[in-house]
Design a protein around this ligand. Sequence first.
Ligand code: ATP
Length: 268
Amino acid sequence: MTVTTKPFLQIQGVHKTFSRGGTETEVLHDIGLDIAEGEFVSIIGHSGCGKSTLLNLIAGLTRVTTGAVLLEDREVNEPGPERAVVFQNHSLLPWLTVYENVHIAVNKVFGKKKSRAERHDWTLHNLDLVQMGHAKDKRPAEISGGMKQRVGIARALAMEPKVLLMDEPFGALDALTRAHLQDSVMQIHARLGNTAIMITHDVDEAVLLSDRIVMMTNGPSARIGDVLDVELPRPRKRLELVADARYIQAREAVLKFLYERHRFVEAA
Ligand SMILES: Nc1ncnc2c1ncn2[C@@H]1O[C@H](COP(=O)(O)OP(=O)(O)OP(=O)(O)O)[C@@H](O)[C@H]1O
């Protein structure tokens, strides 16, 4: 994949403070990051350091305290269809079918731009992309966790977002389903070339999928401790990578950061 050098998404000097019961806590401290169009970036760090907060700022679900998030030079202040989010716990509407869950998003984004027939085809196309076309008439309660997660991804992709934001999208899945979905996401990313930002706790997942891994220090006042370039050629095949020295090195660097350098004071 070719990644352009033009800053596409810019996170500039972002601080985020939450107030609760009269106490202010700074969760994120001076976060700065430029992400190029088409890049796949993972965010990794210990529990509670502020990864979801950072993703929510990019999604526009939370506002920065100071600093700015810019997408193509425009400040992000609110949620928008150009930044679709996939959550860990598949957020499907239980009373709608698989098809309807995706179609509702398609109608919202393309209601005026595509005809009824085009919206129908587009919904099916995106379900096929995640191999869920066969289950289109089922309701969320009738399908597995992995299948629900596929539908969540299809719904996000169907919005043709400029940025796909994923908050531990495979966290609740068993190892095999997780591996299948990781492969699907890699294939879709290769095909569509969309920009993707994913939170994960899984070091192997981060190395396998990412162009860069952003490693955050522990909170409060979490910072970006380090950013690792994953220089592994694509397409990547998990079984071949296990023995690849570059893969082993990248994995080691992230593990070392998490175990040894996770505190900013210690890292300094
Ligand atoms: N709306 C809020 N109001 C007050 N505090 C909040 C709010 N949202 C998050 N926090 C606090 O901010 C800190 C970071 O939370 P966040 O969910 O971003 O961490 P995380 O790194 O994603 O954690 P995990 O890996 O466990 O999901 C936590 O201490 C959390 O309690």
